[in-house]
Design a protein around this ligand. Structure first.
Ligand code: GTR
Length: 422
């Protein structure tokens, strides 16, 4: 059942109803190890694909909504698109670049601006879609690309000191991060949007999509839709549009995101079955990294909920002192993606994102894939060697270097997509 939360004119954001009997975090039993995704709350183990799909998978999704990301908003009734510009000879003549304004609510709601690069002469093309940190204008120097008017992080390219306003100085400064020209050269479309247009990345202000929810007396309830869930929902709106774009093959969509947006990519993939391949890049805690971390250099639930309380719902903060009480770990979220391919990509110097813990998560998600008859979802018991892509259905990659999304990472994303989408 889906319940309306905000009724504004003809539009409503609805979110899933969560069973009333879910105990508060401190009343949950502790599981020191990552829980088996196939074991139901009542202790029964599902052993068929039918029971997984009808019982355990929906239960897991509800648990993730209630205790971690907040209620996942439903699809809006309608998404309208207005093309802001189109250049058929962009990206060194290899691609068509367009920017589309997506509206899905009344005029005062945020809009999503989707930058779409499509390879010329190779359509309908598979497409990687994902949110960006600083604005579409940073992903390409193309002068027609819109500069965000919403709040942007002060650390972004072309943002003057002491301001949170994007400027034309940022144009193309993160072209490598999105590698649009390279991707179209390999026959892939790429679609990206600035996450802050939907939900600015700051904790204290009630703005963006969050402001469309009714204020509740006593503050936000523990399961209110949090920032990462709004970003992931935005990926779904981009997908709504991409499915109407004749240049794009809607059956071959991959979601990609870096770091906090990698957490977003995993959640988006888990909650939107239209996405065929899921690539959380260096996503760490709250993404593909385990909440029950055994790596003392990695980010913990306590640290992340203190620094970024708005990324998760209120209940998640309560698990900081004792993550063993979580009724799931991130292997459960990967399991929700089954049988679709998931690739975790990492860097050796980025221990904060817990590359080793992510490999454990990958392995602990395998039982759900096995229900679909996938024989060896993960390549091996040990982490693949550095620089070598393991392109299994539960794929893994680690390279030398640090926390960043680089052209070399795009080579790996697209090699993996070649294996699963070509
Ligand atoms: C860090 C945060 C990480 C990661 C990263 C990023 O400060 O601790 O969880 O999300 O930011 O998004 O770049």
């Amino acid at each position: 059942m889906r319940l309306p939360l905000a009724l504004l004119g003809a539009f409503a954001v609805t979110t899933a109803a969560v069973p009333a009997d879910l105990p508060p975090p401190d009343k949950l039993p502790a599981h020191p190890e990552m829980p088996n995704p196939l074991v139901m709350r009542d202790g029964t183990k599902v052993s068929t694909k039918a029971d997984w799909e009808a019982k355990r998978r929906p239960e897991l999704k509800e648990l993730f909504e209630h205790y971690m990301y907040g209620r996942f908003p439903a699809k809006p009734e309608k998404v309208t698109a207005k093309v802001l510009f189109e250049d058929p000879k962009a990206l060194g003549g290899k691609g068509t670049l367009r920017e589309v304004e997506l509206t899905f609510g009344p005029p005062h709601w945020p809009k999503l601006y989707l930058l779409v690069a499509v390879p010329n002469g190779k359509t309908p093309a598979p497409c990687l879609v994902g949110p960006n940190f600083h604005g579409n204008h940073a992903a390409t120097a193309h002068e027609k690309v819109r500069i965000p008017t919403a709040w942007v992080p002060g650390s972004g390219p072309g943002v003057a000191k002491g301001t949170n306003a994007a400027t034309a100085d940022g144009r193309g400064k993160q072209a490598d991060t999105w590698s649009l020209e390279y991707a179209v050269g390999r026959g892939y479309a790429v679609a990206t949007f600035y996450c802050g247009d939907l939900q600015p990345d700051r904790p204290t202000v009630r703005e963006g999509m969050r402001a469309t929810l009714p204020e509740r007396p006593g503050g936000s309830p523990g399961d209110e839709t949090a920032t990462i869930a709004w970003w992931a929902w935005g990926v779904g709106r981009a997908v709504d549009h991409l499915l109407t774009d004749r240049g794009i093959d809607g059956k071959r969509l991959a979601v990609v995101g870096h770091s906090r947006l990698g957490k977003t990519a995993l959640l988006a993939g888990a909650f939107d079955d239209r996405i065929a391949v899921v690539i959380p890049h260096q996503s760490g805690c709250g993404g593909a990294g385990p909440s029950r971390s055994k790596n003392d250099k990695a980010e913990t639930v306590a640290r992340i909920t203190k620094a970024f309380p708005h990324w998760f719902c209120g209940h998640f903060t309560a698990f900081g002192p004792d993550p063993a009480r979580l009724p799931f770990d991130q292997n459960g979220l990967v399991a929700v993606c089954a049988p679709r391919p998931v690739l975790m990509t990492n860097a050796e110097d980025d221990q904060w994102a817990n590359p080793g813990g992510q490999f454990d998560v990958l392995r602990a998600a395998a039982p759900a894939y096995e229900l679909y008859g996938v024989k060896k979802p993960v390549v091996a018991d040990a982490m693949p060697e550095s620089g070598k892509l393991s392109a299994e259905r539960l794929g893994y990659f680690i390279r030398p270097g640090k926390h960043s999304m680089t052209p070399a990472d795009w080579t790996v994303f697209l090699d993996y997509c070649d294996a699963w989408l070509k």
